[in-house]
Design a protein around this ligand. Sequence first.
Ligand SMILES: *Cc1c(COP(=O)(O)O)cnc(C)c1O
Length: 422
Amino acid sequence: MKLHNLKIPSEKVNFKQAVIQGIGQQRGLFFVDSFKPLNNIDEILSMNFVERSAHVIHHLIDAELSLEKVKEMVAAAFNFPVEIKQIEQNVACLELFHGQTLAFKDFGARFMAQCVKEFNDKEQVTILTATSGDTGAAVAHAFYGIQGINVKILYPKGKISNLQEKLFCTLGKNIETYSVEGDFDDCQRMVKAAFDSDEIRQKHNLTSANSINISRLLAQVCYYFEIASKYPKGNLVVSVPSGNFGNLTAGLIARQIGAPIKRFVAATNANDTVPRYLMENIWSPNKTIETASNAMDVSDPSNWPRIMSLFNNDLDKVKQVISATIKDDEQTFIAMEQLQIEGYIAEPHTAIAYAGLIESLQNDEEGVFISTAHPTKFIETVESVLKIKLELPDALEKVKELENLSVTVTNDTSKFNQMLLK
Ligand SMILES: *Cc1c(COP(=O)(O)O)cnc(C)c1O
């Protein structure tokens, strides 16, 4: 697989280097030079999820890993089902939340963990990362128990929900969690300071596991083929609840290599930089707004340059494939109520995808909206908007009583660095 840095095109890497380095010089994203279409689409679509996913990923990364190896990695990573629920006559929901941490981040994080495990040639590496919630849980579970990899996760104390904290701070073994007396920006600052220290980087063999890693995108391409396999007529529209736009990038890659998807809806909350860009042709991020769909509170989505690159930076071509919708909290809650009437309980991110799809879908099209999280991950909002009580799924019920193993630290970077050097 040949990739280049989108900011400095002369920086070329292969898949292994892109996975291990994560990000290029001047913080440029790595992206694939060009995509080859699959020449056996019908055969690919007829396979089961794991088998098909291995073929798709192997096609993308080319000869760097054998098909057998990729199969092994995919089987270990995707150890939970993808489900499709019919909601209305031509509207269905793709549920991606049946993994360990009940959000679609499990796909990317678990496959990335397999890649790091495969490519790591040091005896012991440390993944150091800051999180505001969902990603931390997915990363912790994905790397849990993997030999040779230590994980240190920083999060802002008291700023994530109790259940969310329990989900990744009770694991132990190779997962260490630090509850920082400060906010998310402090956590990021502390991670940066540790990476800036040669001494710490070398002592721990530090690597990052952030959301822009190319391996995550490849994993996410796979579930678009799963939907495509159910709607082979070529009139399929997929609505993607979007924040940092990794999920939509993966969908576009799937389409580019041959998944029969007609077009996409990029469904955002009030953080509407992309919809405004498609309407006005001007990229002008506003200040980030806090919404009920907080995993999408991103005003300068870092994956957008990858999407532009997929269309050779031709905005007119982008508009032929992507339409965008904006839903504020009030519209989000109305969409949750509409779904409830149809007998489906959805959390805010999912409801935004539904509302965007309904706004855009034509009579002769089949629509699928993506559900990125289980309703109980946003239990307070769901219970108060829909006036219901939710039962916790086993994954959350089990951890509720477990002891929180986090170490509390101050937001002092030099103290944290000293601790890492001890
Ligand atoms: C991360 C996340 C999103 C946004 O996905 P992007 O790939 O960043 O666009 C949507 N919903 C949930 C629940 C998330 O955790």
